[in-house]
Design a binder for this molecule. Structure first.
Ligand code: PEP
Ligand code: MG
Length: 591
């Protein structure tokens, strides 16, 4: 048997698990369609209703057994499944098919489900796809109950194992007992599916989207999961095994240590406070952000609401989505970024013409200012939701004052309309802009006069500053956060913001990487926003330094002529100060 089979999927929930595989057969149930005699039809309808009832009881049982408060927050998913069980389209249609076509309940149900799938396939909407998988898993449950094949419950797994499945439903994930299921890997799934969000809430390492792992693995095969990097190793060699055992120990030690920091402020030894917020894409990430101690949302990427669906979300739909997040985050603010479409982010209903250079084309605020009707709908929705807590508006990819003025004019127009219509909203809602182009960095002082806050998007700023496509692996080696040009751009921005007396934040990936924490502190960023699981680690560093030390380090980095030199200097400093942080203690003062 081959050793060390490395597979790469999507790191859905961080952590390392080493164990043996427990393969769960969650392939779609299928059943045979049978023609019935007229006198058998009513009995068949009765069997179908009994299977529905049995399915309902099973789901109620899943709900009852959930004791973990992290999971309890997600019970609405089971409620959705219970609602599907009552859905007239599913129930009445199946009953009608039994009677009309004179076929058995399994056959009729399969026809109904096929009809559902055909509808979902045409819609091609990321949200509805999630609903499609909900319908699939409910349909499967009813079928199993009809046929009498018992649903393999993850609650019944008795040995410590890594669950391997083609796909897992949220109900499966809810039944996972952390003392036995140490991780899971699936062929399907994405970073934001319900199942992976649940795994993150539970703290179970998971890698999804592996495409064909179920066909490459066997029951009880040894397997390693690295949910941080999305790596899976089947049948590891002794060397790989030892390597990951070390990594696992280190990760767990770190994670345990970090829980202590969740409730503490991010304050330096000399009393300087930093605000740490969370980046989110969907509402389900809010409980994770709260658990990690985020002081609000610093970046809500609203593109996700628009992505991969046929029609853009209505005003009411958006109000609901924003309101839900704003209310759960109260009293902390939620920073809602207006649609940042284009470049590498595509929305199917929005017809972006083929551009030779999309990253520099009609994207983000340029698109919104062209498609004013769409833009106004989003502004109306954000304003209406602002009546329910603290919201802030963030405009992406600004290059000059004229764009901000256009945005503000439109916002004022929308405010007038809403007031006339009698809608409540926060009339003083704060507005901010992303600083993510070299132009914005060069004129920050002018832009700062127009807004309440700034947020630096280093992902794009580095791309545009260094002329390096952020998604192109051929030039990835040139994507250097410590390039002297990037450092100078960041310093210019911070100084201009400070002179203007405007808060300056950072929400690019640099904020989440502990390697850069001292640099960002030394540069003077006030608010940092990042994916929630990184908050504690960054906070821990902030709490162990004096700000002048970080400023001194930044001054030294500015003396160096290239990114590799700066990277070496910084890594040396971080390893010296925090020997246990990067998994390679090199001596020096202990934290
Ligand atoms: C950025 O560019 O740094 C940023 C936070 O925005 P996005 O990654 O969504 O482009
Ligand atoms: Mg950006």
């Amino acid at each position: 048997m081959l050793q060390d089979v490395f597979l790469v999927g999507i790191g859905a929930s961080p952590g390392i698990a080493i164990g043996s595989a427990y393969v769960v057969d969650r392939r779609r149930m299928s059943a045979v369609e049978r023609t019935l005699e007229p006198h058998e039809l009513e009995e068949e309808v009765r069997l179908f209703h009994a299977a529905l009832q049995h399915s309902r009881e099973q789901l109620e049982d899943v709900k009852k057994r959930v004791a973990d408060p992290h999971i309890a927050e997600h019970l609405h998913i089971i409620d959705t499944h219970l609602l599907i069980l009552k859905d007239p389209m599913l129930v009445d249609e199946t009953v009608a098919t039994i009677r009309r076509e004179k076929i058995n309940a399994e056959g009729a149900l399969m026809r109904t489900l096929k009809g559902f799938r055909a509808v979902f396939d045409v819609i091609d909407d990321e949200y509805l796809r999630e609903r499609r998988s909900d319908v699939d898993s409910v349909g499967d449950r009813i079928l199993r109950n009809l046929v009498g094949v018992s649903q393999q419950s993850l609650a019944d797994i008795e040995r410590k194992s890594v669950v391997v499945a083609h796909d897992l439903s949220p109900a499966d994930t809810m039944q996972m007992d952390k003392s036995r299921i140490i991780g899971f890997i699936t062929d399907l799934g994405g970073r934001t599916s319900h199942t992976t969000i649940l795994a993150r809430s539970l703290g179970i390492p998971a890698v999804v989207g592996l495409e064909s792992v179920t066909s490459q693995i066997r029951e009880r095969m040894p397997v390693i999961i690295d949910g941080c990097t999305g790596t899976v190793v089947l049948n590891p060699s002794p060397d790989t095994f030892r390597e990951y055992l070390d990594k696992k120990q280190f990760y767990e030690y770190q994670a345990e240590e970090l829980t202590y920091f969740r409730g503490l402020d991010a304050v330096t030894l000399d009393g300087h406070n930093i605000i740490l917020r969370s980046n989110i894409e969907i509402a389900e990430e809010v409980p994770i952000a709260l658990r990690e101690g985020a002081q609000g949302v610093g970046l809500f990427r609203t593109e996700f609401l628009y992505m991969k669906r046929k029609c853009v979300p209505s005003e009411d739909e958006q109000v609901e989505a924003y309101r839900e997040i704003i209310e759960s985050m109260a009293p902390h603010p939620v920073t809602i970024r207006t649609l940042d479409v284009g470049g590498d982010k595509l929305v199917s209903d929005i017809d972006l013409s083929d551009e030779a250079n999309p990253a520099m084309g009609l994207r983000a605020i340029r698109f919104s200012l062209k498609e004013k009707i769409l833009f106004k709908v989003q502004l109306r929705a954000i304003l209406r939701a602002s009546a329910h807590g603290k919201a802030r508006i963030l405009f992406p990819m600004i290059t000059g004052v004229a764009e901000i003025k256009s945005c503000k004019n439109l916002l004022n127009e929308v405010k007038r309309e809403l007031a006339e219509e009698g809608h409540a909203f926060d009339a003083d809602i704060e507005i901010g802009i992303m600083i993510e182009t070299p132009a914005a960095a060069l004129v920050t002082e002018l832009l700062a006069r127009e807004v309440d806050f700034l947020s630096v998007g280093t992902n794009d700023l580095i791309q545009y500053c260094l002329a390096v496509d952020r998604g192109n692996e051929h030039v990835a080696y040139l994507y250097e956060p410590l390039h002297p040009a990037v450092l100078r751009a960041l310093r210019m921005i911070c100084r201009a913001a400070q002179q203007a007396g405007v808060m300056v934040g950072i929400c690019g990936e640099m904020a989440a990487d502990p390697l850069y924490t001292l640099v960002l502190l030394g540069l003077g960023f006030d608010e940092w926003s990042m994916n929630a699981p990184f908050i504690s680690q960054v906070k821990r560093i902030i709490r162990q330094v004096y700000r002048p030390e970080a400023e001194q380090l930044v001054a030294e980095l500015f003396e160096l002529g290239s990114a590799p030199e700066a990277a070496r200097r910084l890594a040396g400093e971080m390893n010296r100060r925090f020997p246990s942080l990067f998994g390679k203690p090199i001596g020096g003062p202990v934290e």
